[in-house]
Structures are given as C-alpha cells and as structure tokens.
Design a protein around this ligand. Structure first.
Ligand SMILES: Nc1ncnc2c1ncn2[C@@H]1O[C@H](COP(=O)(O)OP(=O)(O)OP(=O)(O)O)[C@@H](O)[C@H]1O
Ligand SMILES: [Mg+2]
Length: 601
C-alpha cells in the first residue's frame, strides 16, 4: 500500500506548491483575525482530545476490523435480496383499483366541502395565472421581528458557544417544540460587519432542504441578532468519529451531507466551514435490517457561508484548520473547497484521525499544502476499495479535478453500502397515507396556500411528518432537494394507474404543489401536500397560526397584516384580488371561522 497520494503528486503544479508553501500559518491567523483564528484554535484543541480518545479506543477495541468486515459481508448479501421501501409496497392491479376507489371517494368529499365554502373541486383550482406565479415560500415568515424572543421562547440550557455568541436550547411556549436559539452579539461587529452577521440569516432564509438546519424565525434585538432553528438532539457528529461506525452507517451520513451540499451548491451557496462540529445529529434511529444506529444529520452554521459569484471569487481565508482546502490557503477558491472538507471528514470516519494533522496550525497547513495523507493505518487498509477511491477523489489537490457533490453522490460506494437504508424504517401505512394526501391535494386560494405554508413551516416535525420527510428523500432519487414531476409520477404510479392520473389531472395537482411554477417542488411544498390536514390542523395549531396573522389579538386577520407579509413582492391589484376572493363580505377581515373552514376540508 503506497504512502503517498498519487493524485496530488501527479496533478500538482510545482509553481503553485511553492507559492502555497510560502504562506505560513501566521499569515492565516492574521488574515483570519475576523474570528477564524478562534475557530482554528478551538478545532486544534478538540482534535487533540479526539486523537487521545481515538487512540484509546484503538488500544481497547480489537474487534473493530472484524466488525467492519462482518458488515461489509452482510451488506453484500442484503444488496441482492433487499428491496427499497417503495419497491416493497408496490401495488398489484387489484390493490390499485381499491386504492383508486378510496381516492375517488376522498376527492368527492373534498369537492362537497369546498363547494360549501365556495371553492372548486379537487384537481382543479381557482388560481389565476398571475396568482400562480406568486411564490409562497417559508422565507415570508422568517423576517426579523424587532421584539424580544422571550415572549415566545423560554431558554432551557446552553448548547454550545461559538465565535460570536452562544447557542441555547429553548422551548416554544405555545407549541412546546424544542428549538435552538443562536445569539449573535452585535458587539462582534468590531470583528464582523453588520452585513456579514446578517448574511447567515439571509442565506438560511433561502434554504429549504431536509439535510440543512431549518431556520424558523429571527429576531433583531438591541444587542443581538437571534436565530431560531430546529433543535438537533443528537449532538455534534464530532462525537461519533471515535465510535468506529460501519461503512453503511458512515455512508448513510455522507449521503445526507452530500445531498445537502449538492443543494447548497446548486443554489450557489458555498459553506466554507464544513467540519465535524458543524454537522449535527438530528435523530438516531435503529435500522430494521441490521439493528445498527443510523444517524439523521443536518448541516448547521452558515456564519461563514457566502453566495458564490463566478466573477468574484471569494478571497479571504476562511475555515477551520484541519478541514481547509489547499486552494483556500492560496486565497483563490470556489465551492469545490467544501468537497475537500467532506473528504477530510470521510477520512476521519474511516481512519479515526485527520488526514492532515500536526502539532500546530503551521504544521497542519504545511501538510495540507503537500496534500499527502497516510495510507498505512490498519483501518485504512481494512476499508473497502470503494470508500478509499471516493476519499481520493475528494482529497484531490486540484479543485477542477475534484468530484462535485452530485458526482460524489453517484459514487459506487453509496450503492455498495446500501446508504438508503435510513429510509427502511418508514412505516408502509404512512407512505400510503402520504401518497393519498398528495393525490388529493387541493388549494383554491393563494391565502389558503399562505396559511398552510406558515403552519407547515412552524409545526413540530413529529409522527407523520417524519415519514413524509423520508418519503421526500426516497422520491428525490438524485438527492438535490428539487422534486420534478417525473420523479413524483414514477412513485405514485406504484400505487395508481396511468389512466387514473390522467383522469384526475396529475399535472394539475403537481402545478398546485409547485405554487410558483418553478418546474419542481421543494421540500416544504412537498410537506404541505403530503401531510394530512385533518391530523395536523388541531385546534391548538390553528389558534397558534391564527395568532401569527392576528398579532394584536383582534379576533380577525387584517388586510394590513397580510399585505405586510407579502411586502413589495406583489402589486396592489394582485393583492386586492387574492384578498377579495376569500373576503366575501368585503369587510377587510378574515375571522377565525373562515380561516379554519378554508384550511380544513
Ligand atoms: N440546532 C442546533 N441544535 C443543537 N445544537 C446546536 C444547534 N446549533 C448549534 N448547536 C451547538 O452550538 C455549537 C455552535 O453553533 P454554531 O456552529 O452555529 O456557532 P458558531 O458561532 O458559528 O460557532 P463557530 O463559529 O465556532 O463554528 C454547535 O457546534 C453545536 O454544538
Ligand atoms: Mg460552528
């Protein structure tokens, strides 16, 4: 087994290397005086602990290689006989006709209820062409509130501290949902500009992917910016490195990580600080097939993320020492730098220590510049050739030759390791319910879509929602977070016939889900349709949502409030028409009764 990375040896331009090597670690620290210095030291410290723990584990745990081998054998066996969740619930023609009958009845009853409210039948909608283009995205509700979060959230404990403030575990006093509350002190403005602090909020606001932490709302108080995000109860991925996970467990994590990254990059966002502390475990589940723990992860910390601009390459050195890509040190980089960090993290999981290590930042930096990592560890030798190949293709010195996130997702290692196993746990009955909800989805009014969107964005993601999230990931085969009509059609055809879809206008249903005509549906748009309103829209949830639209507690929603949510995103005439279509008595008010009746069909 060779000791040196042939990729960098053959690919590296010698001149570039010389230039890089002249950049010392001190230089990085000076360049990163905006807080990254802290990060580098924090990471170095953690890594020292980590190395200590890892070597301890190595000494005590002699069974790890056998365990790993056992899993590899198991997984080859499983691969031959195992069907994916969706394939295992494919309906035969008798079942399809029973299901179609059930759907027909539901569609008819929706039709009756909607008629009583003055709406149209399922599968068709009242929305005009100009209304169809109005985007109802979650970012409408995330805008800063100039108020204290303490009215709504109670702080329970401290989760972590970052370079610019603390992160707390908090509880929503109304829904009881646990959330993370990240406080970014405005006093850090001497390190970061106000615009830079707000970038984190701006970027997160525009993201909507199951593997990226969901921002719920944000506050702008006198001394801080506060971000409320979903809470990840399983802690940092950092803590799992020492546990010598099987390759299947690792692949499950990296499938999600790359999927989130493919989505970020397709939206021109570069994270720039991917590391074990910025990937959190949202939930741990036991695999039905192997009994192993499977980790549901989320990418967090968009404090150093930027919108990547082809013409203006980001130049400052940003990141954390072990994970930083060589081109970042050269201050000439783009989104490929995130893939290098993924390679570093994958190596850490497979081998147990960082590929580019050192006693201090200078030594680490020099090792990154050399681009050579050790390939003689016992754990490296035991690892599958597929994972080694993937690592090599991620830790490729030249960014242009490195795999993209999408290419990495298509690497044979993910097939070999059965990385979709995480979605085996979704109960079949829940999948069927979601399919039923999707095929009976009906939106008649733009404001109905707005109200539903608020509710779906804000409710705790429990029970049925968990299955719908997994279904989204299963249906979205390429993992880019954008569900196209064909992807969805392919799935629903496992349950109903082509004729049924044609008769009940599948294209129309899809267009309703894709409320703003993008040509695909994103994560929350999918959830709006896949979740059964009857289960979700309890009286408590309806009252909670109503209070957002009626902040003064008047008992009705004012036109003014709805207008402020849309801001200047729609013109006055369009606004008037979407308000008028539900304000039948033209008094400029929407009562709780109207709100409830419109949503509950
Ligand atoms: N949603 C969350 N759920 C649980 N823990 C969280 C959450 N968000 C952050 N944390 C904890 O707080 C730590 C710091 O959060 P974050 O990385 O967002 O802050 P930061 O100021 O950017 O930190 P740094 O700059 O040092 O990376 C995380 O590493 C994690 O341990
Ligand atoms: Mg962080």
């Amino acid at each position: 087994m060779g000791q040196e990375c042939t990729t960098c040896k053959t690919c590296t331009d010698q001149e570039e290397i010389k230039a890089e090597q002249s950049i010392s670690a001190n230089h990085i620290v000076t360049k990163t005086a905006n807080g990254v210095k802290d990060k580098i030291h924090k990471t170095s410290q953690k890594s020292t602990n980590q190395t200590a723990t890892t070597s301890q584990t190595n000494n005590n745990n002699t069974k790890s290689p056998q365990i790993q081998k056992k899993y590899i054998n198991q997984k080859y066996k499983r691969k031959e006989g195992r069907k994916s969740t969706l394939d295992s619930i494919i309906f035969n023609s008798k079942k399809k006709s029973e299901f179609e009958e059930e759907l027909r009845q539901s569609i008819n009853s929706i039709h009756e209820r909607k008629n009583s409210f003055g709406g149209s039948s399922a599968g068709s909608s009242f929305l005009s062409e100009s209304e169809s283009c109005i985007s109802i995205s979650n970012k409408l509700f995330i805008d800063e509130v100039n108020d204290s979060p303490s009215k709504k959230y109670e702080i329970l404990s401290k989760l972590g501290s970052g370079s610019f403030g603390n992160v707390y575990l908090a509880r929503n006093k109304f829904t009881d949902e646990k959330v993370a509350l990240k406080q970014i002190k405005k006093s850090s403005a001497n390190l970061l500009s106000d615009g830079e602090i707000k970038d984190e909020i701006e970027i997160l606001k525009n993201l909507d992917h199951p593997d990226i932490v969901r921002i719920i709302e944000s506050f702008n108080t006198k001394n801080s910016y506060i971000l409320i995000t979903e809470y990840c109860e399983g802690g940092e991925l950092f803590d799992q490195v020492k546990n010598q996970l099987s390759e299947t467990q690792i692949a499950v994590i990296f499938r999600q990580l790359l999927s989130g990254l493919a989505y970020l990059h397709s939206n021109n966002v570069v994270h720039r600080d991917l590391k074990l502390e910025n990937i959190l475990i949202h939930e741990i589940e036991k695999s039905k097939t192997t009994g192993e723990d499977l980790f549901n992860i989320k990418i967090i910390d968009f404090g150093t993320a930027r919108i990547f601009d082809k013409n203006r390459k980001p130049q400052s050195i940003v990141g954390s020492s072990y994970y930083i890509a060589p081109e970042v040190l050269r201050q000439k980089y783009n989104k490929e730098c995130d893939l290098w960090s993924v390679g570093v993290i994958l190596y850490m999981f497979i081998v147990g220590h960082a590929p580019f290590d050192g006693c201090d930042d200078e030594e680490i930096t020099n090792n990154i510049h050399r681009g050579v990592y050790r390939k003689n560890d016992r754990r490296w030798i035991k690892a599958s050739k597929e994972v080694k190949d993937l690592i090599q293709k991620l830790l490729t010195y030249r960014p242009s030759q490195r795999l993209t996130a999408m290419q990495a997702l298509n690497h044979p290692w993910f097939k070999m390791t059965d990385s979709n196993i995480l979605y085996d746990n979704v109960p079949k009955s829940d999948v069927i319910k979601c399919i039923k909800n999707l095929l009976t989805y009906n939106i008649n009014y733009k404001l109905e879509e707005l109200f539903l969107a608020y509710i779906i964005h804000n409710i705790p993601r429990e029970k049925e929602a968990k299955s719908a999230i997994k279904l989204f990931k299963l249906v979205n085969e390429n993992g880019d977070g954008k569900l196209r009509k064909n992807e969805l059609k392919k799935t629903v055809l496992k349950f109903v016939t082509e004729e049924f879809l044609e008769k009940y206008d599948f294209d129309g249903i899809f267009a309703m889900m894709d409320g703003d005509n993008k040509g695909f549906i994103n994560y929350e748009e999918f959830l709006r349709a896949a979740l059964g309103r009857k289960n979700i829209l309890t009286d408590d949830i309806l009252s909670y949502a109503f209070s957002y639209f009626d902040p003064e507690g008047c008992g009705y929603i004012k036109k003014k409030k709805i207008k402020s949510i849309f801001g200047n995103k729609i013109d006055n005439i369009t606004f008037q028409s979407i308000f008028d279509e539900i304000d039948l008595d033209k008094d400029g008010k929407i009562t709780f009764e109207d709100f409830k009746n419109m949503l509950l069909y």
